[in-house]
Design a protein around this ligand. Structure first.
Ligand code: PLP
Length: 382
């Protein structure tokens, strides 16, 4: 055996326990979605598989409420959807108004700067919505801005911003809008065409209750035009949507060609998750999230636990609450995990150590989950 030989490892199969996921995502996956992912793998150009991809596109157009031809799932998590928007649409030297009221607005800024563009920041306090008047002031002060980028549902704080008003402002000032809907899709009202959203991305692992690792994405005709008019090639080969569309298909009905090997089984899972959403109906899903949030809120408030975000700006699917004084954050979360198989989220960034994030996303937005959470938290807090 040479000194470079790596010895043969002896590792047992991995059997994850069945946890209840009530953090900021991933959320509990629907049982039939898990089962869909375990179906036999097909080739990524098998006619049966590409037929299923067409259905995924139709289902995504429903979930996003859009007729956008360029609607697909990026074969990577939400951060790749974010990056796909910036690398495809924004060119070096262009100006982007970036709204920052939490971790993911800051991630947008980093994307803008990495493509060599200029980010003009509109900062809002963590836990508050993006201030529409401040955005209008920034748009007025920067008539050369080409984009307005913001997070619809800020998962780091639990605040919801007014996507409709912000996109209307973008239009008024001649900007394309780039919207993060990672936590909003399927959980709160979102209407891509009616609100005039130009580029939007989401994640499979939040209110769609699918396995993690896919990022639904949609570009309006105006965004596609901007992409086609680029003076320089998209810097990322993998995320270049002009190439990806050769595989996902376009209106011309041109034959699909290999771009990358699609995550076939994950796409079966997404197909099933979106099918369940369509079966329930979007409005019904939004109403269920709102109703479950009200039930959880009442229970938490009875325990004396207070919300970080003002009622008007709260996301029903992501409840950020103050950790009661004198309580050991990590110890409580560890007991919930170990004794109740229940995951809630820690605070992130400015809220680290100060708040818990309780998710009610997709399949997790159910009475049983709320009852378990309230009982377990009540027991642990004594
Ligand atoms: N944007 C928001 C609002 C998110 O909540 C997340 C993940 O939590 C992301 C982007 C990044 O998504 P992912 O972790 O799937 O890459």
């Amino acid at each position: 055996m040479s000194e470079h030989t790596i010895s043969q490892p002896q590792i047992a199969p991995f059997f994850p326990p069945r946890r209840t996921l009530m953090g900021p995502g991933p959320s509990d996956v629907y049982p039939s979605v898990l089962a869909a992912g375990a179906k036999p793998t097909l080739g990524h150009l098998d006619p049966l598989f590409v037929g299923m991809m067409d259905e995924v596109k139709t289902l995504l157009q429903y979930a996003f409420q859009t007729q956008n031809e360029m609607t697909l799932a990026v074969s990577a998590p939400g951060s790749a959807g974010m990056e796909a928007c910036f690398v495809n649409l924004v060119e070096p030297g262009e100006k982007v108004i970036v709204c920052r009221n939490g971790v993911f607005g800051e991630r947008m800024r980093q994307n803008v700067e990495r493509v060599g563009a200029v980010a003009v920041l509109v900062d809002n306090e963590w836990g508050t919505a993006v201030d529409v008047a401040a955005v209008e002031a920034a748009l007025k002060a920067n008539p050369d801005a080409k984009f307005l980028a913001f997070v619809h549902a800020e998962t780091s704080t639990g605040a919801r911003s007014d996507a409709q008003a912000l996109c209307a402002l973008a239009k008024k000032y001649g900007c394309l809008s780039i919207v993060d809907a990672v936590t909003s899709l399927g959980g709160i009202e979102l209407r891509v065409d009616a609100w005039g959203i130009d580029a939007i991305y989401s994640g499979s692992q939040k209110c769609l209750s699918c396995v993690p690792g896919l990022s639904p994405l949609s570009f309006s005709p105006a965004a596609v035009e901007k992409l086609k008019a680029r003076k320089t090639p998209v810097q990322s080969w993998f995320l270049d949507q002009t190439l990806v569309m050769g595989y996902w298909g376009n209106a011309t009905g041109a034959k699909r060609s290999y771009h990358h090997t699609a995550p076939v089984n994950a796409l079966y899972a997404l197909h099933e998750a979106l099918r369940l959403l369509a079966d329930e109906g979007l409005e019904a899903a939004w109403a269920r999230h709102a109703a479950m949030h009200a039930e959880l809120r009442d229970g938490l408030e009875k325990m004396g636990i207070e919300f970080v975000v003002a009622a008007a700006d709260r996301l029903p699917q992501l409840n950020t609450v103050h950790i009661p004084a004198g309580v050991d954050d990590a110890a409580v979360r560890a007991r919930l995990l170990n004794e109740y198989n229940l995951e809630i989220g820690a605070g992130l960034g400015a809220l680290a150590g100060k708040a818990w994030r309780i998710g009610l996303m997709g399949y997790a937005a159910r009475r049983e989950n709320i009852a378990l959470l309230l009982k377990a938290l009540g027991d642990v807090l004594g």
